[in-house]
Ligand binder design. Structure first.
Ligand code: UDP
Ligand code: UDP
Length: 474
């Protein structure tokens, strides 16, 4: 892990990523952009997950990574004694990250580093360091919305106002200068006090890179610049550098014939005719919801690609890092006959699809998505209208934004029901592929697709990155 002689003349940025595709994907893409378009040398420090995810390994071991991008696995920490199965996802992630971060200061000491970019989870663990352990300018790449960033800044204030359980908050959280956030969109174990360490650390960083752009979140981005609340904290400079999404598709894993078959099947479908259904890297449905979804897709009569996982009940231990890796034949948990009846019309892919390749395919008409921030950006970048199916984390906030902006339709859970029924699913799938509302949403998404392209080309990442070169005399 010593200095890289040949790269002495290039500025050297270290990118630090916690496990999980929602972090690794955009941070790696940021690293690639710094190397390929801005002439940096980047060391990408990956924190090993509890168990390595095949998708993550594929991404980080890709032979197509540029030569000036060095992926380095931080040594695997011995955390098994500290990790317990009854711990929540967030606590487990914190343990893994904290242990691995012990290896960061020696790395920074042995290399000359001009800037460090980290995701928020890693930043939260920086309390293990003394002041001089990390003396390089540190930036956060916030891998979600400006709205979630605003809320994160507001949480310490909310914490003082609301003693005890957040369920005491009456209806909405009013972050100054921002749109009110309905409380039902927020309360879960992540947007709870567990996020406070991130909130408390964020004001100390040199800057925050945000995977968004002005036209996508104008109100919140303006409030960062103008609202007294944010000016008083004060918050560090915020750089909306998005959308940072995968641009050059990784060829499907060689061994994965199912992925190759999927793309050649899509090649045979009419333009704008297929609905892609996926719940991100970790989402699983209940058995009841899985059945309703299968029936709704079938009865819609529309073409579909469904990235299916065994029902949530089968994965009760909830291994967050690996939820997407259980390759179990869907025949074992889908209703008998479903695949025969939908043969030729729909493809069921087990666990993981090459999402970016799918979304950019001309046959795709819509995306039934869990509304993870990366999925949502990818959908916009490829101009695909969405069906919003939020599940956890900040996804309900993201879904609301999509609906308000006319980029998605949301299936309703009927009165007194626990799941979205098949007829509602049938309705929204038809609507997005062939309905009038689907067409309106498509043209709206295409406006944002153009806006995304303009934002991508306007060089906001270059502005902040060039400061690092100037500061290091290069
Ligand atoms: N992804 C993928 N194939 C899948 C599921 C997810 O390639 O079957 C990728 C997706 O393209 C995105 C990332 O994994 O880049 C998931 O990030 P997101 O923020 O959407 O959701 P998360 O998984 O963090 O909830
Ligand atoms: N509250 C909130 N966000 C805010 C302001 C208030 O969540 O931006 C909470 C507040 O802590 C209280 C509830 O919402 O639990 C009602 O607050 P409000 O100030 O509207 O009412 P009051 O102070 O009159 O009870």
């Amino acid at each position: 892990m010593g200095d890289h002689g040949d790269d002495d003349k290039k500025a050297h940025v270290v990118v630090l990523a916690s496990p999980g595709m929602g972090h690794v994907t955009p941070l790696l893409e940021l690293a690639k952009t710094l190397v390929l378009h801005l002439g940096f040398h980047v060391s990408f420090l990956a924190i090993p997950a509890e168990e390595a995810s095949p998708a993550q390994i594929h991404l980080l071991r890709s032979p197509n990574l540029p030569p000036d991008l060095h992926v380095i696995d931080l040594p695997r920490a011995h955390v098994s004694s500290t990790l317990r199965h009854d711990m929540g996802v967030f606590s487990r992630l914190c343990v893994v990250v904290r242990e691995a971060l012990r290896f960061l200061p020696p790395f920074l000491n042995q290399n000359s580093v001009n800037a460090l970019i980290t995701d928020p989870f890693c930043l939260a663990a920086f309390d293990i360091f003394d002041d001089d352990d990390v003396s390089v300018p540190t930036y956060v790449f916030f891998t979600s919305s400006a709205s979630l960033l605003a809320l994160t800044f507001y949480l310490p204030t909310l914490d003082e106002m609301v003693v005890g359980d957040y369920s005491k908050i009456s209806d909405e959280v009013r972050v100054p200068g921002c749109k009110p956030l309905p409380v039902e969109d927020l309360i879960n174990d992540v947007l709870d006090r567990q996020v406070l360490p991130i909130s408390n650390r964020l004001p100390t960083v040199a800057g925050i890179l945000l995977n968004t752009w002005e036209e996508l979140e104008p109100v919140t981005l303006r409030s960062f610049r103008e609202t007294p609340f944010f000016l008083q904290i004060p918050i560090p400079p915020v750089y909306p550098i998005g959308p940072i999404t995968k641009r050059d598709p990784e060829p499907a894993v060689k061994s994965s014939t199912s992925h190759a078959n999927l793309i050649s099947w899509l090649d045979k479908q009419p333009s704008c005719s297929v609905v892609y259904v996926s719940f991100g890297s970790g989402g699983t449905l209940s058995a009841e919801q899985t059945n309703e979804l299968a029936r709704g897709l079938e009865l819609s009569g529309q073409r579909f690609v469904w990235v299916a996982r065994p029902p949530a009940e089968a994965n009760a231990s909830g291994n967050f890092f690996n939820a997407g890796d259980e390759v179990e034949d869907p025949a074992t948990y889908l209703e008998q006959g479903f695949r025969d009846r939908t043969e030729g019309v729909g493809m069921v892919i087990s666990s993981w699809a090459p999402q970016e390749e799918v979304l950019r395919h001309p046959s795709i008409a819509g995306f039934l998505t869990h509304c993870g921030w990366n999925s949502l950006l990818e959908s916009i970048v490829y101009g695909v209208p969405m069906i919003a199916w939020p599940m956890y984390n900040e996804q309900r906030m993201n879904a609301r934004m999509l609906i308000e902006m006319g980029l998605a339709v949301k299936p309703e859970v009927g009165e007194g029901k626990r799941v979205v029924g098949w007829s509602e699913i049938e309705k929204v799938v038809r609507m997005i592929v062939e309905g009038e509302q689907g067409m309106l949403i498509r043209s709206r998404v295409r406006e944002f697709q153009n806006s995304a392209l303009r934002a991508f080309n306007n060089g906001s990442l270059a502005c902040v990155a060039n400061q690092w070169k100037v500061e290091s005399g290069l």
